[in-house]
Design a protein around this ligand. Structure first.
Ligand SMILES: O=C(C[C@@H]1CCCCN1)Cn1cnc2cc(Cl)c(F)cc2c1=O
Ligand SMILES: [Mg+2]
Length: 566
């Protein structure tokens, strides 16, 4: 295509609102433009790349045996009321009324819609299993849209839903789609990990997130340095490989600890390390008060607490609630003499402590020489702490290291919740109505595009992998006033087009510096420059990624390019 006709509004300056590199570059290179907070226009170059990412997803989902459909973004509230999500979803679910004052949701996801569709259209085990998918805009009214396409309020998602007779069948499809995801992200050139994840509000059994490793990722991944174990830090299980200290248990002693509030202050005041102290934190778990005790150098993992209680809501108790219930404020709490109506649960590490310290449930006082079992009872010991770097990997191979990740995919074994709620059943082999078992599988397509830019850029702009670039070659004529340069450029342009090569032709009336800056920003992998040696039939050929360049004769150009494009 001729750049003189294309809408590619490149910018010289970094847009103030963008602090993330990929966000800056997609704006500067004229790929996207913000319409509203978290809402974007895709301009021609952005749309061309978005379509390439979509097509990789489409090819792999089709190869996995999934069938593409398109479901409405406009969803009757009744469906969401049936599953209870009309109420449980807060302001993030965008809602509107039609002309008859009927309530609708703007599709944030499609479990309700797809389950209703299958309920009404499929009724025999003979049709199972099958997977439907779509690539469609989703609407979620994020509290803080940011980082450009990484967290938008309207974004492109591939969402798939599979339907099964039983969990064995679900396990098979889950693995097939899991592997399709690996191929998708490999073909996108992304450095990613599939991590064990928490299913959050979706419930269900196994779930994995696909995380692109990136310093700007909002999630933390715990991975083994010697195996392929990887888990979202929310979920990473901790192997309790502690040993009981051989120390003699000394008699319990209550001591005054004026002004010592934090774990460190108490440890310093009583002259011991953090790992000899016990931390007690008060939570409300679905309205039940729970005191969670961990070793002083560990952190409570509230997702593990939530899963332990299979709770809907887990939140920290306020200081006043805590004072009311325990009789002391934060910094003086401990598991000794806790009121009956408070559950006490402790992380496994606590069980191995001897002569530890803890709050005395009296402001300004602590106990020292505390020994579990002798001095306090717990409802249960469980894995309740965040894993830490250096911990043993749960699979026994190597130790844990952390990395930041951008979640670009999430696959779930949903189970029967949605089919149950919506009365979606099929006639099984015995002719009896049976509830569908479901899986659901998401990819953030626009988020994947932004992640590719995060991973592939340099100081001058985007450096697209060649299978994702908006064009395969960038043909630049440096002087549109020089007849022989225009002729050679036009000739090469038509020759490449005839060869089926996607070529962007910079035929604009612009200074060379502007053309080179724009070309670096846009990031097409191969650049063909028509300059002074046009009269000899020579062009300058440059690799965007490596910067390598060489003069090539026009007669050799097409083969040279074809070899590179593979
Ligand atoms: O979307 C999923 C599960 C899977 C992910 C893969 C594709 C199919 N859905 C989880 N989730 C996340 N945020 C949401 C936000 C809103 Cl406002 C909502 F109403 C619903 C959801 C919601 O259900
Ligand atoms: Mg997720």
């Amino acid at each position: 295509m001729r750049q003189s006709n294309l809408l590619i509004p490149t910018l010289r300056e970094v847009p103030a609102e963008a602090d993330l590199k990929s966000h800056q570059l997609l704006l500067k290179a004229g790929f996207i433009r913000q319409l509203a907070s978290g809402v974007y226009n895709f301009l021609p170059l952005g749309k061309r790349v978005l379509r390439k990412v979509e097509n990789i997803v489409r090819e792999e989902m089709d190869r996995a045996g999934a069938q593409e459909v398109q479901m409405p973004a406009l969803q009757p509230a009744e469906l969401w009321q049936t599953t209870g999500r009309w109420n449980t979803m807060g302001q993030e679910l965008m809602r509107l009324k039609d002309r008859h004052e009927r309530d609708f949701a703007l599709g944030a996801t499609h479990e309700e819609v797809v389950t209703a569709l299958v309920r009404d259209e499929v009724n025999s085990y003979k049709k199972l299993p099958f997977t439907l998918y779509q690539i469609q805009a989703k609407y979620r009214d994020e509290k803080r849209p940011r980082f450009g396409l990484l967290r938008g309020r309207e974004f492109l998602m591939k969402d798939a839903y599979s339907f099964h007779e039983d969990f064995d069948s679900l396990d098979e499809t889950y693995e097939v789609i899991f592997n399709a995801y690996k191929r998708i992200f490999e073909r996108c050139g992304l450095n990613f990990r599939a991590v064990i994840a928490d299913s959050g509000a979706m419930g269900g059994k196994d779930t994995h997130e696909f995380m692109v490793l990136s310093e700007v990722g909002e999630d933390t991944i715990a991975y083994s340095n010697e195996s392929d174990f990887a888990a979202n830090i929310e979920m990473a299980p901790v192997v309790p490989n502690y040993e009981k200290s051989a120390e003699e248990a000394k008699p319990l002693e209550k001591v005054e600890t004026p002004n010592a509030k934090t774990m460190q202050e108490v440890a310093d005041f009583l002259g011991h390390d953090l790992d000899q102290g016990m931390k007690a934190i008060m939570f409300k778990v679905d309205e039940q008060f729970v005191m969670v005790v961990t070793r002083g150098d560990h952190e409570v993992n509230d997702v593990k607490l939530k899963n332990l209680y299979e709770a809907e809501i887990v939140e920290l108790a306020s200081e006043e609630e805590t004072k009311e219930v325990i009789g002391a404020g934060f910094g003086s709490l401990g598991p000794i003499n806790v009121p009956e109506n408070v559950d006490v649960v402790a992380d496994h590490a606590v069980e191995y402590l001897v002569n530890a310290t803890c709050g005395a449930n009296e402001d300004g006082y602590h106990y020292k020489n505390v020994s579990p079992e002798r001095d306090f009872k717990v409802n249960q010991y469980a894995d309740l702490r965040f894993i830490q770097e250096g911990d043993l990997s749960p699979d026994g191979n190597g130790t844990i290291e952390f990395a930041r990740g951008i979640e670009v995919g999430h696959v779930f074994k949903l189970g029967t919740k949605y089919a149950d709620d919506l009365g979606a059943t099929f006639l099984n082999k015995e002719g009896r109505a049976q509830t569908y078992v479901m899986g659901c599988y998401g990819i953030g397509v626009s988020r994947t595009l932004a992640s590719i830019v995060e991973q592939y850029h340099d100081d001058n702009g985007i450096v697209w992998p060649k299978n994702l670039a908006p064009f395969q070659a960038h043909l630049i004529n440096l002087n549109v006033k020089k007849e022989e340069q225009v002729e050679l450029a036009d000739d090469i342009y038509n020759k490449l087009l005839d060869a089926g090569i996607d070529v962007l032709y910079d035929d604009r009336q612009e200074r060379p510096g502007v053309k080179f800056n724009d070309s670096d920003l846009i990031g097409v992998p191969y650049r063909i420059v028509i300059g002074k040696r046009a009269s000899e039939g020579y062009v300058e050929f440059k690799h965007r990624q490596t910067g390598d360049q060489e003069d090539i004769h026009n007669d050799d150009l097409l083969n040279h390019l074809k070899n590179l494009l593979g």
